[in-house]
Design a protein around this ligand. Structure first.
Ligand code: AGP
Length: 594
């Protein structure tokens, strides 16, 4: 997810472009660039934040330009990979938000036709395709170029000596801001709100030709009308997409995040990563290391890989492994880190490699240190996560682990087909959890009265109990502990009573009966119970004070829907208590010190 902008009017373009880009950095901030046309095209870009680029720039002429702030997906953050990208002549410049799935093939084809591409990005094929088809009509050339592209895109095209911008979208957002003798184009409204509140939303398949005093929207070559809207939000609100907090926005992005992460893997012909141990007899055993929320994903990875691939999986806290863990070259290791910069995780990667281990990094940040020092990298496609509390990145990590294991699974073909089908339906199931937010809010009101809470789960939902407790701790400052349900009677039972509520994940799997027994034991000790139960489950009546129903899913995937419920629960408890949800005290989004 990147941010793109365009300006055409009577003002000098570069201050407008930089100001608008600054408002879109929540969409990506690992590199940025602008291109301004004053006859010829001038491009300024680098692997820096917008403010730094602004400092480095002297005033530019030109009242038409485009800009980009990046969240790298293909090609790590660097000057050459930053946008805008140009064609061989340097007369066509393009900024792009999205992913071009067939870029490799297009690159080879263009290279065979004499085009020289200098970056590692997917985007760079676009200006070269436009150059290939250009015969005096920029619009036509863009239309033909887009026909060759498979994937998602929002693009803005600038051409030397052309007093217009051409923009188009498919599966990535793009809006036009209407001004007085000037017009603006952007990925999202925060970019244009300093200049206008009059907006047109382009739809998938739309192409627009924008001049300083005209906007023409076309679809399949025919002109179409798009309704004008008046934006009433402040810039800050708009960056959150109208949500009160980034965390709530990111929780609601999860159906799309699951689709994007799946799309990435499904379109790739080969498995997400090679799990086989080089020189070994294929799959032997696996070691997974991580910290915090990523560690909880690792614990679920153990259930997934052991359940599907039938090999032993060892999971360790990276911070502990660094001082006591054992590893050997026989091992294949996975290190999970959203930011790719967590010191404990990086130290573990270096140690594993020193001991001859092959390391797969699962990370959300292209170009992060983890992605550079690991042997293989599997990217989650959660986009930038602004809230300190990890939510969408956690669910994206689970999808990555499912996809990593499926090609190696030793279950029968029919079961495999069912699992893939269920995985594709997960976005719909997660959306149903989000649609049930009001019920979760009711339970949160109850829970927000307490200072201590236990979370319990069994099997693949035991790590979800740990994650639920971590989320509550992080953002509501309530003391919460997650336990394997069977462990309560070995000590924590001593704390049960009317002041200690228990959040119980009652999944419809082989742990169901044991979970019901545990609920009876807890009720016998007067603790209030909030139970997460499958739709249509009537057996928990009388055993729980508050109930949240979750959509029926295959037990292998129940951790995903339950995780989203507990994210929303923690969010609403913290909101009830007036906590600074996105930036809780004493925490950082990426812990870069040991
Ligand atoms: C989770 O909400 C926290 N932000 C924290 O536990 C985090 O998961 C941990 O610091 C690991 O971060 P990483 O995934 O970026 O390595």
């Amino acid at each position: 997810m990147c941010g793109i902008v365009g300006y055409i009017g009577e003002k000098r373009a570069h201050p407008v472009l930089l100001n608008s880009l600054g408002k879109l950095e929540y969409r990506g901030y690992d590199s940025c660039g602008i291109a301004v046309s004053a006859g010829g095209i001038e491009v300024y870009k680098d692997a820096v934040r917008v403010k730094a680029l602004e400092k480095a720039l002297s005033p530019l002429e030109g009242m038409i330009g485009i800009g980009h702030t990046r969240w790298a997906t293909h090609g790590e953050p660097s000057k050459v990979n930053a946008h805008p990208h140009c064609d061989c002549t340097g007369r066509i410049a393009v900024v792009h938000n999205g992913i071009i799935n067939n870029f490799q093939r297009l690159r080879e084809q263009l290279a065979s036709e004499g085009h020289i591409l200098s970056s590692h990005t997917d985007t760079e094929v676009i200006p070269h395709l436009i150059e290939k088809y250009y015969d005096g009509d920029l619009e036509k050339a863009v239309e033909l170029a887009l026909r060759d592209i498979e994937g998602s895109y929002a693009i803005i095209v600038l051409m030397a000596d052309e007093p217009k911008l051409v923009a188009a979208r498919k599966d990535s957002p793009l809006i036009i801001g209407i001004g007085d003798r000037e017009n603006f184009i952007a990925s999202d409204v925060p970019a244009i709100l300093d200049y206008t509140s009059r907006v047109i939303y382009l739809e998938d398949g739309d192409m627009a030709v924008i001049t300083a005093d005209n906007i023409e929207v076309k679809r399949d070559g025919a002109e179409v009308t798009r309704e004008e809207h008046k934006i009433l939000w402040s810039v800050k609100d708009a960056q959150k997409g109208g949500y009160e907090h980034f965390m709530l926005k990111e929780i609601h992005e999860q159906p799309k995040v699951i689709r994007d992460t799946l799309a990435e893997y499904i379109s790739a012909a080969e498995p997400a990563a090679d799990l086989a141990v080089a020189g070994g007899s294929g799959l032997e055993d696996m070691l997974i290391l991580a910290c915090g929320t990523s560690y909880h994903a690792a614990l679920i990875g153990k259930y997934i890989i052991e359940g599907l691939v039938k090999i032993p999986v060892r999971v360790e806290l990276a911070s502990e492994f660094n001082y006591s863990g054992q590893a050997s070259a026989r091992n294949k290791a996975i290190v999970i880190t959203q930011s790719g910069e967590t010191a404990d995780a990086l130290k573990a990667i270096k140690r594993l490699k020193k001991e001859g281990c092959q390391v797969i990094a699962i990370t959300n940040v292209v170009g992060s240190t983890a992605s550079r020092i690991a042997d293989q990298t599997v990217y989650t496609r959660a986009g930038p996560e602004m809230s300190v509390a990890a939510t969408k990145s956690f669910v994206a990590q689970l999808i990555a682990l499912y996809w990593l294991a499926l090609p190696y699974s030793r279950v029968d073909v029919r079961r495999l087909d069912d699992l893939v089908m269920e995985l594709r339906q997960l976005p719909v199931k997660v959306q149903r959890v989000l649609d049930n937010e009001a019920a979760i809010l009711d339970c949160a009101r109850q829970l927000s009265e307490f200072e201590n809470v236990f979370y319990i789960g069994r099997g693949i939902n035991y790590p979800i109990a740990l994650e639920g407790a971590l989320k509550l701790k992080e953002i509501s400052y309530i003391h919460a502990e997650g336990y394997a349900a069977g462990e309560l009677k070995h000590g924590p039972f001593a704390l049960l009573g009317s002041g200690m509520p228990v959040v119980a994940i009652v999944a419809q799997d082989n742990t169901y009966e044991a979970m019901l027994t545990t609920l009876k034991e807890i009720k016998a000790r007067q603790s209030p119970v909030l139970a997460l139960v499958g739709e249509g489950d009537g057996n928990v009546e009388g055993l729980a004070d508050w109930v949240i129903t979750v959509p029926q899913v295959d037990p292998m995937f129940s951790s995903v829907v339950n995780a989203v419920v507990l994210q929303l629960l923690a969010y609403h408890v913290a909101k009830q208590r007036g906590c600074p949800i996105d930036f809780p005290r004493n925490l950082a989004k990426s812990v870069t010190v040991e």
